[in-house]
Ligand binder design. Structure first.
Ligand code: 1PR
Length: 604
């Protein structure tokens, strides 16, 4: 680095910028936090990892004078990297809770994705970049897949084309990054996806003269041909038996250093491994398009966390939500330490990690400091989105101090969460909303999504089956099975309390209230390993236009294939299958999706 080894960070305290801080430190730079507009003007290099929603971020920038300083800094072509909202704020305005004026440096409006053409909004998952000009910071990324979590985007136009350095397609073409002179901003280098290998890109911006050791990665085909040479055969089973390739492929995948071609090869090869097949066609015949479709489906590892009887915070796992051993002592099952397991699943290739504080409904989460600590530590080493749920609601403690659900969520965000997940509280507000049909703006879903954006608000639904002779006996939408009719009754407080609302009605209501994603559990299937509740997932994923995460029941790779091919779920979440250390499953889950696609059974 040059003489000045500082990076100025514009963190206005709205959320999780821990990954960026970690990344900057790893590069050996000192972080200077912006306290006043002057700090922006005096910066040697500035990083602006915008978090949250557009309007509140602009309020902070306008009220502190930082917006003006930022405009001067950028207009003077000083080294700048905007990330995520740090890109969007450069445009003229945004429709997010708006229209709201932006910094006005780049012509264009940041609008919401159009969900009417069948694409779910928010856009969550991997997607391929199209580099349109020499962006320099994206050189290392090339056309590889990067992870997106957003509902709003700016589109290319004649007026802004000189800025655009890459675009991406999700229903329509949108701007993924911009570059002009020393000013860079990217949408997908999201805080979540800021894995250590993106440091080179970051380094370029923070100091044009930084000499970073560029690791040169062998392509997958190099690895395979080397390995085949060594083994003297192209029997994929034998080659993989040594696990050598697998490990290298996975290293590459988890470090995020694959380009689109590597990705498709990986999916293809993993498919072969999983199915113990020798590849019948060369990997290069495997279309990138297919890989792209597969990449857009996510596999999420879930860690149910609670304090055991000894007072330690442990990862546990229930059978139909019962997390106690059936043996005499009736202890809470202890499957390991949350931070370690999260790190492991990240390395294994999970697209996202969820922590559910399953006793959060009774233990106030802000009193649950170990849980916040778990989040802080996990976010140091996990560079995929982290969701945390449990206990997000208004709360008054024993001293009479009132905490809003927003304060609870904010603390989770500050501690490293990228999304929060609301369970019981969402049910209460949905019940009220269904009765009154009035959006008060006061529910936790509405408040948190207004400030952090709806892509950051997941609603976790816990349905339990009730079998009916006649579905018309109840007011709820029922799942019709080939077997007897079935109703899903919602339960809350970890399954301890049933509520008179159906899963369908709840899902529709929370979507209207502003939830960005639904985590659809199923108490009957939880921990059973017999597959997802396909009928239920289909009903809910057809009913809403936000992404639905299918959860509960995964016991084999085929179950992932099933849920992706027979329903419109965007992601599949599982716990037990990963805790049992069936190591190939994470990667394998992706490969079986491919089979579903190839057989044309994928979503129409
Ligand atoms: O109500 O806002 O405090 O949130 C509580 C959260 O904790 C909710 O998301 C609720 O689903 C979750 N929860 C509460 N009790 C339990 C329990 O297990 N006793 N766990 C619980 C929910 C379900 C999934 C599980 C999948 C996959 N766990 O997260 O990981 O079913 O399991 P599998 O692959 O092994 O089948 P609030």
């Amino acid at each position: 680095a040059s003489n000045d080894d500082s990076v100025t960070l514009l963190d206005y305290g709205a959320g999780n910028v821990r990954s960026v801080r970690n990344a900057i430190r790893r590069l050996g730079f000192q972080i200077k936090d912006v306290q006043t507009p002057k700090d922006i003007l005096n910066a040697r290099r500035l990083i602006f990892p915008g978090v949250g929603a557009f309007a509140p971020a602009m309020d902070v920038l306008n009220n502190t004078g930082m917006g003006e300083a930022l405009c001067t800094y950028i207009q003077n072509d000083r080294p700048f990297l905007g990330i995520c909202l740090g890109l969007q704020l450069l445009f003229e305005s945004s429709d997010e809770n708006g229209p709201v004026g932006g910094l006005g440096l780049i012509p264009g409006v940041v609008g919401r994705f159009d969900s009417s053409n069948g694409f779910r909004v928010p856009h969550i998952g991997w997607n391929a970049l199209q580099i349109t000009k020499d962006s320099e910071i994206l050189d290392e990324i090339g056309n590889r897949h990067v992870y997106f979590v957003h509902s709003y985007r700016a589109m290319p136009s004649n007026e802004n084309k000189e800025w655009i350095s890459s675009t991406c397609n999700y229903g329509d073409e949108f701007i993924a990054s911009v570059r002009r002179g020393n000013v860079h901003a990217t949408l997908p280098l999201d805080l979540d996806a800021f894995c250590p290998d993106d440091l080179e890109s970051l380094a370029y911006v923070v100091d044009n003269h930084v000499n970073v050791n560029k690791t040169s990665y062998l392509t997958l085909s190099d690895i395979i041909s080397n390995e085949c040479h060594r083994c003297g055969s192209f029997n994929i089973e034998e080659v993989f038996a040594s696990k050598v390739i697998f490990d290298r492929v996975e290293d590459k995948a988890s470090s995020g250093s694959m380009n689109a071609e590597d990705q498709s090869e990986r999916v293809f090869l993993l498919h072969c491994v999983l199915n113990k097949e020798t590849p019948r066609k060369a990997p290069e015949e495997f279309h990138h398009k297919e890989a792209n479709d597969i990449a857009s489906l996510q596999v999420i590892a879930c860690l149910d966390v609670r304090t055991n009887d000894e007072g330690d915070l442990v990862v546990t796992k229930g059978d139909q939500y019962n997390v106690r051993e059936h043996a005499e002592k009736n202890e809470v099952r202890n499957l390991g330490k949350p931070v370690e397991l999260a790190g492991q699943y990240y390395k294994d290739g999970a697209d996202e990690i969820s922590f559910l504080n399953i006793t959060g409904f009774r233990d106030f989460p802000l009193g649950d400091l170990p849980m916040l600590q778990v989040l802080r530590c996990a976010s140091e080493n996990v560079f995929v989105p982290l969701t945390v749920g449990g206990g997000i609601r208004d709360f008054t403690d024993s001293n009479g101090r009132y905490y809003s659900s927003m304060e609870v969520a904010s603390e989770y965000f500050r501690s490293g969460a990228d999304k929060i997940s609301i369970g019981s509280d969402a049910v209460h507000f949905a019940e009220e909303y269904l009765k009154t049909k009035v959006k008060t703006g006061k529910s936790s879903i509405e408040q948190i999504s207004r400030v952090y954006g709806n892509q950051a608000v997941v609603v976790s639904i816990d349905p339990r089956r009730v079998y009916l002779n006649d579905p018309s006996d109840v007011e709820f939408e029922c799942v019709r099975l080939t077997n007897p009719g079935m109703e899903n009754v919602l339960v809350i407080n970890g399954g301890r309390e049933g509520r008179p609302i159906g899963a369908y009605e709840l899902a529709k209501a929370v979507e209207e209230l502003g939830a960005g994603e639904i985590l659809l559990n199923c108490i009957d299937c939880d921990g059973q390993g017999k597959g997802f509740d396909i009928d239920l997932v289909k009903m809910i994923s057809d009913a809403v236009s936000i992404p639905v995460i299918a959860s509960s029941g995964a016991g084999a790779a085929e179950h992932f294939s099933d849920v992706f091919s027979k329903t419109n779920a965007s992601a599949a979440l599982a716990a037990g299958i990963f805790h049992r250390k069936e190591t190939f499953w994470l990667a394998g889950a992706h490969s079986v999706c491919k089979r579903a696609l190839v057989e044309g059974r994928h979503r129409s």
